[in-house]
Design a protein around this ligand. Structure first.
Ligand code: PGA
Length: 251
């Protein structure tokens, strides 16, 4: 059985004080949820406050991006070992906003995946097609390139430290969610790809999250799909009540 994971991507929101407050509110509302992993991804400078506020709770903390080197002359970057030392368990890699605004490529995503595995930082690798790609009917080609480049040739044991988030770019922050059928179709495709690359066991164990305008009122329909193992939530993760409702999804 794959333990569902509900992850909040706070993007460029929450200063340290806000992040600490939001984690404390979240702990109060979710209590000790059974059978679900809960993660939040604050901006780098707010990670420390979130980690302090999450001590002794089921909420895990991660970074929104990471660099592929452990140290050196790389102004502005943060290394996997530093994220671990700051109390993070996870990082996001290759979010579409990083790809669109900051030049992230499939190649740089792979370097980050390798660096995280080496350091022992768990990662959620984000993939997804743009509206243009969906309309051109190249969704599966795009997803295939993204997933293959990220996972091909990895040692099967390290796959357990990875999750994949399918986030159609046209659904992020737009209020347009993929229907459960549209999302599940791509999730099945991704699982089959993991099977092709790493075999049945790895494919069966890989958690594939959906992201893109997940809200309290659509989470249950999405989570009802067999191959949707959780959600990566942007806007609706910034309020403790709405994020808590998503954590308390029913299947
Ligand atoms: P959204 O963002 O929930 O605000 O659409 C999702 C994401 O970017 O991870």
């Amino acid at each position: 059985m794959r333990t569902p994971c509900i992850a909040g991507n706070w993007k460029l929101h929450t200063n340290p004080a806000d992040a600490g407050k939001l984690v404390r509110e979240l702990r109060d509302v979710i209590g000790a949820p059974e059978g679900v992993e809960v993660l939040v991804f604050p901006p780098f400078l707010s990670v420390g406050a979130a980690v302090d506020a999450a001590q002794g709770s089921p909420v895990g903390v991660g970074t929104q991006d990471i660099y592929h080197e452990e140290s050196g002359a790389f102004t502005g970057e943060v290394a996997p070992g530093m994220a671990l030392a700051a109390g993070c368990s996870h990082t996001l890699i290759g979010h579409s906003e990083r790809r669109t605004y900051f030049g992230e490529t499939n190649g740089s995503v792979r370097m980050k995946v390798d660096a995280c595995i080496k350091a022992g930082l768990k990662a959620i690798v984000c993939v997804g097609e743009t509206l243009e790609q969906r309309e051109n009917k190249t969704t599966f080609e795009v997803i295939s390139d993204q997933v293959r480049t990220a996972l091909e040739g990895l040692n099967a044991a390290s796959l357990s430290d990875l999750m994949i988030a399918y986030e159609p770019v046209w659904a992020i922050g737009t209020g347009k969610t993929a229907t459960p059928e549209q999302a599940d179709e791509v999730h099945v495709f991704i699982r089959n790809l993991v099977d092709e690359l790493h075999g049945k066991d790895a494919a069966g164990a890989m958690r594939i999250l959906y992201g893109g305008s997940v809200k309290p009122d659509n989470v249950d329909g999405l989570m009802a799909c067999e191959h949707i193992d959780g959600a990566l939530v942007g806007g609706a993760s910034l309020k403790a009540d709405s994020f808590a409702r998503i954590v308390q999804f029913s299947r």
